[in-house]
Design a protein around this ligand. Structure first.
Ligand code: SD4
Length: 354
């Protein structure tokens, strides 16, 4: 075992968080405070989320986490903002599958390895909240399709109309002319930062009517020293009916280990699944890598696996370690991510392979 690894493992529990705080807190005190469920004022909360839509989502998450709320509540409520945007393709306004139906995937995970997800879910506005109910109210981790919808309705979620938004209808009609499935790199982000509405609440849509994202992932550290993560998506537009991406798969699209860190993925789900992406990034952080180095390591692995086909796909990870350090890495240029700390809510350009 290398010195670095030993050092990280020794500090890998909550004790390590004390090194990023303004004063040193013995890890035993942190553990006691955690057990009592009391907020530790010296732990600075952090929220990180994918793409420019993350700025608006972060604001909602920060309302909770910045007031000593729990990371789990923050990551649920944060991405609900994006699910609800009418002119946005996360959630029910998203692009449909080839058969013209919007099918949604979402997952959530807390600091104690509790996790829940839904996939191929139709007609429900907030799949992230259904994922949380799966986590909290069932003995299972994942529900799909009709069963997930049945569970959601039994839990009191409204069954919305099976109807495309005007914009999704237009895109679908356009797509039907050729009926060709091709991944589009950075479909999520088509605006430069300077083009964003300063309120960050504007619809993330281009003047030509194209969507600029279909997924949001969020990871957060709260003032109790606990991490959680969430991810919600309408998946790849015009996908085959029944297709799931990485977002609802724990370990692929999302993973949280409170001794190490939290990771969420966005981009071509198939290529995140084949390397168990989020879990692989967490394991790299466990070995002592920084969040961005860990993301880079796994993105480069995908690059090697895909060979020349890597140019046709985008894959990106964001990571947050238990010390509250955030990082990201993407296969190609164009990925951005939003970080909210006590210093404010900022959008960063991710580093990339090429
Ligand atoms: C998927 N990973 O369904 C999602 C799509 C995505 O940004 O993240 N798009 O494959």
């Amino acid at each position: 075992m290398s010195m670095d690894r030993r050092k990280f493992l020794n500090l890998g529990g909550l004790g390590i968080t004390s090194f990023t705080m303004s004063g040193f807190i013995p890890s035993s005190s942190l553990q006691e405070a955690k057990n009592r469920g009391s907020a530790i004022s010296k732990i600075n909360p952090v929220v990180v989320s994918t793409w420019d839509a993350g700025l608006a989502a972060n604001l909602a998450a920060w309302k909770i986490i910045g007031a000593n709320g729990k990371a789990l509540d923050a990551v649920e409520n944060g991405v609900m903002v994006t699910e609800e945007e009418i002119n946005c393709c996360v959630g029910l306004s998203g692009n449909p599958d080839r058969d013209g139906h919007v099918t949604l995937d979402a997952s959530i995970m807390d600091h104690e390895f509790n996790c829940g997800s839904v996939a191929f879910l139709e007609r429900i506005k907030h799949p992230i909240s259904v994922a949380r109910r799966v986590m909290e109210k069932t003995p299972h981790v994942m529900l799909v399709g009709e069963g997930a919808q049945q569970f959601a309705v039994a839990e009191g979620f409204t069954l919305e109309a099976d109807k495309l938004s005007d914009d999704a209808k237009k895109s679908y009609e356009g797509w039907l002319k050729k009926s060709e499935y091709k991944p589009v790199i950075n479909i999520e982000r088509k605006q430069s930062v300077s083009q964003l509405d300063p309120s960050f609440m504007a619809p993330h849509k281009l003047s030509n009517g194209e969507w600029n994202h279909d997924t949001i992932g969020m990871i957060a550290l709260d003032s109790f020293g606990n991490l959680s993560g969430s991810c919600t998506t309408s998946g790849a537009g015009f996908k085959m009916r029944g297709r799931l991406g990485d977002s609802p798969i724990i370990g692929a699209g999302l993973y949280v280990d409170n001794e190490v860190g939290a990771v969420v993925a966005t981009g071509q789900g198939e290529d995140v699944i084949r390397v168990a992406g989020a879990s692989a990034v967490v394991e790299q952080m466990r070995q002592g890598k920084s969040p961005s180095e860990a993301c880079k390591f796994v993105v480069e692995r995908i690059r090697r696996i895909k060979k020349e086909k890597a140019k046709d796909i985008q894959v990106c990870f964001i990571a947050l370690n238990i010390k509250g350090e955030a990082g990201a890495y993407a296969l190609h240029k164009g990925f951005n991510y939003a970080v909210h700390t006590n210093d404010g809510n900022k959008l960063y350009e991710s580093s990339f392979v090429d």
